[in-house]
Design a protein around this ligand. Structure first.
Ligand code: HDD
Length: 696
């Protein structure tokens, strides 16, 4: 511990003794401070003697710690937890008749895109499988500026007027005194608010459905929600609603599965997106347009400006006009996903807003929030937010100005000739607002045309399969059972008879309400003439294949190598993926003595992480699994979550031990064409018939 010759010989070595420790030279760059000063020692602060005190003079220490202290920016007040990726949008055909938007002028045009998916209520570190709306925000870097479609995976919203948004979010997030529950609406404040806001009932049906627990971000739809306008070169306006349709189809998990995924892999959704892109299985959505004119708007049963309503696809079919492909993960999560700033007010020539009062409020909120989050007005200088087309204006200065105009002229009009005089407005190519005629008194009033709160809630409910209806009832019972105040439970249930009497009874029974609940006073009677819309159901719109899904294969020493290989071949032929789960992550020795590589150990890869499972132990290898709780859970959860199970005879003792009765969803793999039959069955995703025998 003594100084030798004034040097800290023994102690400067501390922290550098590791054989992987490298120093600069021979192609390894020299570590520097932010000011570019080369650093000689990054292991020890500057001290008076080896045991201190530390000197204030140590600018390297101070700079390093100061920077660390400032690493966080405010997380988003909503949609804090999110995951982004880069890609492109490709236009199928020119849409010049509809819009002058540059990205729709040429078939085959590719526009760079960045997409951020998110949950709404939870903090940045919350688990992915919360029951929640998913944000689906798309930034299109067009040749005429950035266009943001800041949507959700649900086509309607809770409220009709932006003035209620702070209340909605306060009520949905953790309660302010106790700061829980995290990332869930299953608490008094949310249901108190919802029960007092009948306009939320349509959205409540959606968030209580399986839409709010998607299997993957890749398997969900996206919606622009509001009505917008497309404007063509002649100034003609067409109303439009935006839809994103996943190429791989829709898929959700089961609530009991969601709860377990959150424990097994809280990053399930982001890991899935990352893995798909890294492996070249690029997720893809088609952009669908619902186009309609003033006549339709006037005749439609509801107000097209009311964000709690949708237009059924049966009434206005969807025209698919392009595809969105995500083909690149971010290089740096913070720089891109955290700093990306979406604004509903970012639209391009050829697109315009409608008077939806929710949208009008959003147009203020997003810009405002970016200034707070990103620290000033220059957030468009951050590469992820900068347009990819040329841009010129006279805005200047402010915090962290990165893009600074050169020259003398910083105002307009000016009499300096080009180029010194700078950019000029363009009446021909510049953004033009649609000259809608507006005239009325200035009032605070909700339109009468927004008053029907139950009819589309009913339509959504009756469009679901029996199974899906049951899930809605079950989640209402679950959420309301977490509400402490009986009056709130009762008040919420009082809305349900307006949607469906049987649903109301089922929820009341599930909650053990002893007295009959009187229906709430309705501003409008529920319409019963709205027909079921098949496209609102997930189960009635199954995917065409098992592509993009994942099989978990449970193996042990002695697993039949030929069978394993045949199974892999069938999975890969379907463009699905797999993970091998073995008693040890080091892998298993197959029947022919070769090693089967494993990605998970039993317990590390529970079946909730897979869309289907194959259980192919050897008879000997199965024995230790019988005592293994995780192995038993692997099969009993697969059964309870209605998964297809490929199996061999020697797995049967494990099924017996888990109390499983083999049904039609179990496919014997060692029969002729076993693996192919198994994968073909998996295309149905779940053995729904089994649900009547399982209560989760
Ligand atoms: Fe919002 C973020 C979607 C209503 C105010 N919202 C945000 C994000 C999405 C949505 C996807 C995350 C964007 C990202 O990934 O960075 N919001 C919606 C949809 C709505 C909606 C589909 C209804 C149709 N939002 C809404 C209203 C207001 C806001 C009515 C306020 C009046 N939303 C915000 C915000 C956020 C936001 C506070 C938080 C972080 C951010 O904007 O960038 O400004």
């Amino acid at each position: 511990m003594k100084r030798k010759n004034g040097k800290h010989q023994e102690h400067t070595i501390q922290g550098k003794g590791d054989e992987v420790h490298q120093i600069a030279g021979g192609g390894v760059p020299t570590l520097t401070t932010q000011q570019g000063i080369p650093v000689s020692d990054d292991q020890n602060s500057l001290k008076v003697g080896p045991r201190g005190p530390t000197t204030l003079e140590d600018f390297h220490l101070r700079e390093k710690i100061f920077h660390f202290d400032h690493e966080r920016i405010p997380e988003r007040v909503v949609h804090a937890r999110g995951y982004g990726a880069h890609g492109y949008f490709e236009t199928y055909e020119a849409l010049t008749d509809l819009t002058s938007a540059d990205l729709f002028q040429r078939a085959g045009e590719k526009t760079p895109a960045f997409v951020r998916f998110s949950t709404v209520a939870g903090n940045k570190g919350s688990a992915d499988l919360a029951r929640d709306v998913r944000g689906f925000a798309v930034k299109l870097y067009t040749q005429q500026g950035n266009w943001d479609i800041v949507g959700n995976n649900i086509p309607v919203f809770f409220i009709q007027d932006a003035i209620k948004f702070p209340d909605l979010i306060h009520a949905a997030k953790a309660e302010p005194d106790r700061d829980f529950p995290q990332a869930q609406t299953a608490h008094d404040n949310f249901w108190d608010f919802a029960s007092l806001m009948p306009e939320s009932m349509h959205m409540i049906m959606w968030i209580m459905s399986d839409r709010a627990i998607p299997r993957s971000l890749r398997f969900m739809e996206g919606f622009g929600v509001h009505t917008f306008r497309l404007i063509n070169a002649a100034g003609k306006s067409t109303f439009v609603k935006f839809h994103w349709k996943p190429k791989l189809g829709m898929q959700s998990v089961i609530w009991n599965e969601a709860v377990k995924i959150n424990g097994a892999d809280p990053d399930f959704h982001r890991r899935d997106l990352w893995a798909a892109i890294q492996s070249g299985n690029y997720p893809e959505w088609e952009l669908g347009l619902q186009l309609f004119d003033d006549k339709f708007a006037n005749e439609f049963e509801f107000d097209i400006l009311d964000a709690t309503k949708l237009i059924p696809e049966e009434q206005v079919p969807i025209r698919r006009v392009g595809r969105l492909v995500l083909d690149r993960c971010v290089d740096n999560f913070f720089a891109e996903t955290e700093q990306v700033a979406f604004c509903t007010s970012n639209i391009v020539p050829g697109v315009d807003f409608s008077n939806d009062p929710l949208l009008q409020g959003r147009n203020f909120s997003y810009l405002d929030t970016q200034i707070k989050r990103l620290g000033g007005p220059n957030f468009t200088h951050i590469p992820i937010n900068a347009p990819k087309c040329p841009f010129h204006n006279f805005q200047q200065d402010g915090h962290m100005a990165m893009v600074n105009p050169k020259g003398r002229v910083n105002y307009e009009p000016n009499s300096w000739p080009s180029p010194e005089g700078g950019p000029r407005e363009s009446p021909t190519t510049g953004f033009q607002s649609f000259p809608a005629e507006e005239q009325d008194s200035k009032i605070r009033q909700r339109s009468e045309t927004f008053a029907d709160h139950y009819s589309q809630a009913r339509q959504f409910y009756i469009s679901q399969t029996k199974t899906e209806q049951e899930h809605i009832a079950n989640s209402l019972v679950f959420e309301l059972s977490k509400v402490e105040k009986l009056a709130i439970r009762v008040r919420l249930v009082s809305h349900l008879p307006h949607i469906d009497v049987e649903l109301a009874d089922r929820v009341a029974k599930g909650l053990g309400l002893h007295e009959k609940v009187q229906p709430a006073k309705a501003a409008r009677e529920t319409r019963t003439d709205l027909k079921p819309s098949k496209t609102l159901s997930i189960v009635q719109n199954p995917p065409k294949s098992f592509a993009g899904r994942k099989v978990g294969i449970l193996v042990t020493d002695g697993t039949d190598r030929d069978l394993f290989d045949a199974l892999i071949k069938a999975i890969e032929a379907e463009k699905a993926t797999f993970e091998v789960i073995a008693p040890a992550v080091g892998g298993a020795k197959a029947s022919d003595g070769t090693m089967i590589e494993a990605q998970q150990k039993v317990g590390g890869g529970p079946s909730v992480l897979y869309d289907a499972v194959a259980v192919i132990p050897s008879a000997e290898g199965c024995q230790p699994l019988l005592k293994n709780a995780a192995a038993r859970d692997f099969v009993s959860d697969a059964f309870a979550h209605l998964k297809f199970v490929g199996y061999v005879e020697s797995a049967k003792p494990l099924f017996d031990k888990a109390g499983i009765d083999i049904d039609g969803g179990f496919i014997a793999l060692n029969k002729a064409k076993g693996p192919a039959t198994f994968i073909a069955a998996c295309r149905k995703l779940r053995q729904w018939d089994r649900e009547q025998f399982v209560i989760t």
